[in-house]
Design a protein around this ligand. Structure first.
Ligand code: DGJ
Length: 305
């Protein structure tokens, strides 16, 4: 049993294998936490692990691979999961949310051609169960825009938002999703023009929305900044620095609000740009002062609870 996770170490699942859930996301569903993330080994794209204590993670499935089922659900989506020469495409920052109306698990992600970052597309996949094989519905450019680093956020009223870096990463777009979460419905915000924000992650605390993001420096870490808003599609504040100049050698992946305790954790990647599969995780508690200012301090170990 694991009761302390060492930040920056290799984290293992309950079978003793390295956890590959990079640039990921945790979904809480019916008493279980599901951790989805990038797995670039073999023919895999996205793997999922589950846990009830947030410390011990069971490997559950490779939910998106080169062999996944595909289905074209709109006229112009590209459903190829390999390139013309059979090599892998590049899938980054997969996020999964649950749609209460359709009872589907919906994954959004960033897709590239496996050679460079020129495609700048997003893609959607769906499943009837959290750990089942997702059906890949294909990639597209939302309203024709470039779409790179991304995140999803579901508000209390179940409105979902997809946020992604656009215009060669210069601006951050926020789209409200359709009720079934399968498409963008409207571009509701275009944020921080020319600031080149990547790795967005949103958390709600005391009726305020906080968005963390990094600057654009490839795999190298940089200073994280956050902004605050009263409404997702409202006005966001200017960007304010948080953490140290490399955000403790991390880049945001997502925030987790623990169901019972209400504790909030900053989940991040400590990338290894030279050996991607050796990339690590750093999880830090996110705290707030009396004025609602977020505090992110480094800790060598973490107990997620
Ligand atoms: C930074 C992004 O946040 C990562 O997801 C990845 O796209 C790297 N850049 C690639 O350099």
């Amino acid at each position: 049993m694991i009761n302390k996770l060492i930040n920056g170490d290799i984290w293992k699942d309950t079978c003793g294998n390295t956890i590959h859930a990079h640039g990921g996301h945790i979904l809480f569903f019916q008493g279980v936490y599901y951790w989805y993330g990038e797995n670039r080994t073999g023919n895999r794209y996205v793997s999922v692990y589950s846990s009830t204590d947030l410390m011990n993670w069971d490997f559950r499935n490779d939910v998106l691979t080169t062999e996944s089922k595909t289905e074209k659900y709109r006229v112009k989506t590209d459903t190829s999961l390999v390139t013309d020469d059979g090599s892998k495409i590049n899938i980054e920052r997969p996020k999964v949310i649950y749609n209460e109306k359709t009872k589907k698990f919906v994954m959004w992600m960033h897709v590239e051609n496996g050679r460079d970052y020129s495609l700048a597309a997003c893609a959607v996949a769906v499943s009837d169960t959290p750990c089942g094989q997702f059906t890949y519905l294909g990639s597209f450019n939302p309203f024709g825009y470039m779409s790179r680093d991304c995140t999803l956020f579901v508000d209390d009223d179940k409105t979902a938002y997809f946020i992604s870096a656009s215009r060669e990463n210069a601006d951050l777009h926020m789209y409200r999703l359709t009720d079934d979460y399968l498409n963008v419905d409207s571009l509701v915000n275009n944020l921080w023009q020319g600031e080149y924000r990547e790795a967005p992650a949103v958390v709600k605390h005391n009726d305020k929305y906080y968005m963390f993001s990094s600057y654009c420096t490839g795999w190298a870490p940089n200073q994280c900044k956050y902004a605050v808003a009263d409404k997702m599609d409202g006005r966001w504040s200017v960007l304010t620095e948080i953490g140290d100049e490399t955000t403790y050698r991390t880049q945001p992946a997502f925030f987790l609000t623990v169901e019972d305790s209400g504790n909030i954790y900053y989940f991040s990647d400590r990338w290894n740009g030279k050996d991607y599969n050796d990339s690590r995780y750093v999880v830090l508690p996110l705290e707030f002062d009396d004025e609602g200012k977020p505090i992110l301090e480094y800790k060598d170990e973490v107990e997620i609870r």
